[in-house]
Design a protein around this ligand. Sequence first.
Ligand code: KG4
Ligand code: ZN
Length: 330
Amino acid sequence: MILGIETSCDETAASVVRNGTEIVSNVVASQIESHKRFGGVVPEIASRHHVEQMTIVVEEALEKADVTMDEIDAIAVTEGPGLVGALIIGVNAAKAMAFAHQKPLIGVHHIAGHIYANRLIEEMKFPLLSLVVSGGHTELVLMKEHGSFEVIGETRDDAAGEAYDKVARTLGLPYPGGPHIDRLAHEGTPSVKLPRAWLEEGSYDFSFSGLKSAVINTLHNAEQRGEEIDVKDLAASFQESVVEVLTEKAKRAVEEYDVKQLLLAGGVAANKGLRTRLTEMFETSDVELVIPPLSLCTDNAAMIAAAGTVMYEQGKRSTLAMNANPGLML
Ligand code: KG4
Ligand code: ZN
């Protein structure tokens, strides 16, 4: 039974997970309302909220799981990457509890967490590929066994979620913009011609800043000429470009690496357009597509506990010298 803690961005979360596969409790305190009026996450405000919420959220997770600290085998916490001031709160709470209750402490990589969210719904079969699409990351990760991660492609500039949020901001939509663009995209048609960054032949890297600029330029040019632009069509065109590149590259990688599963992970995995396209693509394939429910796509602590369980079983431990590491490598 592992207690997971996550505070890397704007969600204070704690969860109890049994055997790395079963969610016993999963509590998430979102700060979105506080950051909304600033159009993005304000790091200092995020840290303050984490301080206020941390103890309450952990107590609630234990209460809902109907367990005491005596029954917890280890404490897993997001060590990085993320906002340093935000990470520090979770890391220190985990260290304090590990010390007070004499429990093993395990520092977890946030992206490993996003990938392991899939293990809460489906057994992992290796080799597998994970398409990680979040606010801070866009990566294709190859896993040959538990706890081993090989990044075969990553974004060279903006992450997919970041591009969604920036485009949304230009369109005057509230933060976080991803879900709003997703909704508008379904009401429009992809009639605006926008670029797709395939990069060099065979590359699994991504780039979204050119697309983002193209959307912003289209909007500004129309404004200057006094022309009306259909925001729904623009959203649909943007989404079409993002989804096409993500899914085509994932499909090519799945074939080249001959994997058994493709796992979707990260906040942008909540995108309906992406989920639908991937589902259609793999409908007749031998490769199993795993897509977590929306609540496990965005930041949560169950995924940290799930990834922490594997590290616990592999004998990996952190010491009380562990510190928040915003630049932690997978
Ligand atoms: O994984 P996550 O919670 O944060 C990081 O670890 O970075 O992902 C948050 C990101 C935000 O950029 C948000 O706009 C995006 O996920 N997102 C979406 C959707 N829901 C959330 N992007 C596109 N479509 C969605 N439906
Ligand atoms: Zn995340």
